[in-house]
Design a protein around this ligand. Structure first.
Ligand code: FAD
Length: 461
């Protein structure tokens, strides 16, 4: 039986990053992956969705350019070519991961890993079953889409984020169940391809994890591009019409029911952790997720867990940060996870990016704080881009002016959020931010404007 210092189950952004970091300590490392290196993020998540969103952005820009005096004729697109480009991007990045793992002499074991007893993993592929032993195990098995128990769904045809990237032709319309981050990103993708989209959200707003003003701004922009948003509405049943298409029965908060015909149905109501591979360990759980401490240790010594399987943010960069911490601790270092500045990005049009606390969270934590919101409408760069929908909202504590949280909506904000993250990471203040020279013309000037206005010294606001 092969023996390793550290074995990692799952080759997503949590697992493969943990493997590379573990190898940097000179440890003998095995990485077990049942499907494709890169996990959900690379193969069925972050990267394919952002590739398709880039296509949406280009289509939208071409349409918009008509009003600027630039005519290209009727926009035509090929779904097949778009999906092919997406596959090429994925393949290139997957090869990159393979190369890095090989360079670091990490044994990549293709197959499904099951922890049979403490320290022993059975890796099963189609042709073979092989047992390995490891002193430390890092569980990075990720998550999968939740399929809700809606009556009729068991016999219906539906997509999840795992299957929609293989759609062969554009549906005549699309109903998206769930208005969270994944749901709204798909709404942008399909509406730019001229597919009428309806989002059905049980809560009172889309992207409920974000600032209410950000939800409002995005809802306004999505409606402007033809997306129908039904909030406080739940799907009660899925039926078929006489053409064999899905018919979605919905119920509003006031009990009113109606039916929606749709060419396709996409479920995006959350993700559940993959835990069956290590059920024999009987680890302590936090609801459906594996319970870990800030060292990413589970309730069992020498077993760590990272990424979507431990819940929390369910973001790729958090999974990687947790992977780095788990690998360091498994290798004998002592490192804690620092989550004060976790950036959260929504790649819609306009984009949303945030870091630190929202107003609601700051209130709950008992901070005395002041909020400053500066709209994009007066920002020179936003006007040159013709993308003036959005704002910067800055939350800082009134005692020291320490920046507690930032939410931004607008063009390029997913790139811009790192400046705010750095301030929060380094416990920076509004004074420090307002004394920093920002380049002109940039959308980032609005961050400066928000800080200056917070201090009562705004130039343009
Ligand atoms: P995963 O990426 O899920 O990887 C787990 C891996 O483990 C998989 O490859 C799986 O095959 C393997 N595995 C599971 N069980 C076993 C086993 N027993 N044996 C062997 N292998 C096993 N996050 C962002 O930060 N930014 C985004 O823009 C973003 N966009 C997203 C868009 C979509 C449509 C989706 C669905 C998700 C998106 N996410 C995004 C979330 C992100 O993909 C996840 O948070 C991230 O992939 C979690 O990483 P992970 O390593 O924990 O798990």
């Amino acid at each position: 039986m092969s023996t390793y210092d550290i074995a990692i189950i799952g080759g997503g952004p949590g697992g493969y990053v943990a493997a590379i970091r573990a190898a940097s300590y000179g440890k003998r490392v095995a990485l077990i992956e049942a499907k494709d290196l890169g996990g959900t993020c690379l193969n069925r998540g972050c990267i394919p969705s952002k590739t398709l969103l880039r296509h949406s952005e280009v289509i939208e820009t071409i349409e918009k350019a008509k009003a600027w005096g630039i005519e290209t004729g009727e926009v035509q697109f090929s779904l097949e070519k778009m999906l092919k480009r997406k596959d090429q991007v994925i393949e290139r990045l997957r090869n990159g991961i393979s190369y890095l793992l090989k360079k670091d002499k990490i044994d990549v074991l293709q197959g499904y890993g099951t922890v049979t007893e403490r320290g022993t993993i059975l890796v099963k592929d189609k042709e073979y079953g092989k047992k390995i032993q490891a002193e430390h195990i890092i569980l990075a098995t990720g998550s999968e889409p939740v399929v809700p128990g809606i009556p009729g769904l068991d016999t219906a045809t539906y997509y999840t984020s795992d299957t929609i990237f293989h759609i062969e032709e554009l549906p005549r319309s699309l109903v998206i169940v769930g208005g969270g981050i994944i749901g709204v990103e798909f709404a942008c993708i399909f509406s730019s391809l001229n597919v009428p989209v309806t989002i059905i959200e049980m809560g009172n707003r889309i992207v409920p994890s974000e600032d209410p003003d950000a939800s409002k701004q995005l809802a306004k922009s999505l409606k402007k591009r033809g997306v129908t948003i039904l909030t406080n509405t739940k799907v009660t049943k899925v039926l078929k019409n006489e053409k064999g298409e899905e018919l979605v029965e919905i119920e509003k908060e006031n009990g009113e029911t109606s039916q929606l015909e749709t060419g396709a149905l996409l479920l995006s109501v959350g993700r559940k952790p993959n835990t069956t591979a290590f059920s024999s360990l009987h680890l302590k759980m936090d609801g459906p997720f594996v319970l870990v401490d800030e060292y990413m240790r589970t309730s069992m010594p020498s077993v760590y867990a990272v990424g979507d399987v431990v819940g929390g943010w369910q973001l790729a960069h958090v999974a990687s940060a947790e992977g780095v911490v788990a690998a360091a601790n498994a290798a004998g270092d002592e490192t804690k996870l620092d989550t004060r500045a976790v950036p959260r990005c929504v790649y819609t049009s306009p984009e949303i990016a945030s870091v630190g606390l929202t107003e609601e969270e700051a209130k709950k934590k008992g901070y005395r704080f002041k909020v400053q919101k500066v709209d994009l409408a007066g920002n020179g760069k936003a006007l040159t881009l013709d993308e003036k929908e959005g704002f910067v909202k800055l939350i800082a504590d009134t005692k020291y002016g320490e920046i507690l949280g930032v939410t931004m909506v607008g063009p390029h904000v997913t790139e811009m959020i790192t400046e705010s993250s750095a301030f929060i990471h380094l416990e920076g203040t509004v004074d420090e931010l307002a004394s920093m020279i920002h380049p002109h013309p940039t959308v980032s000037e609005n961050i400066y404007e928000a800080a200056a206005a917070w201090l009562g010294k705004g130039i343009h606001s």
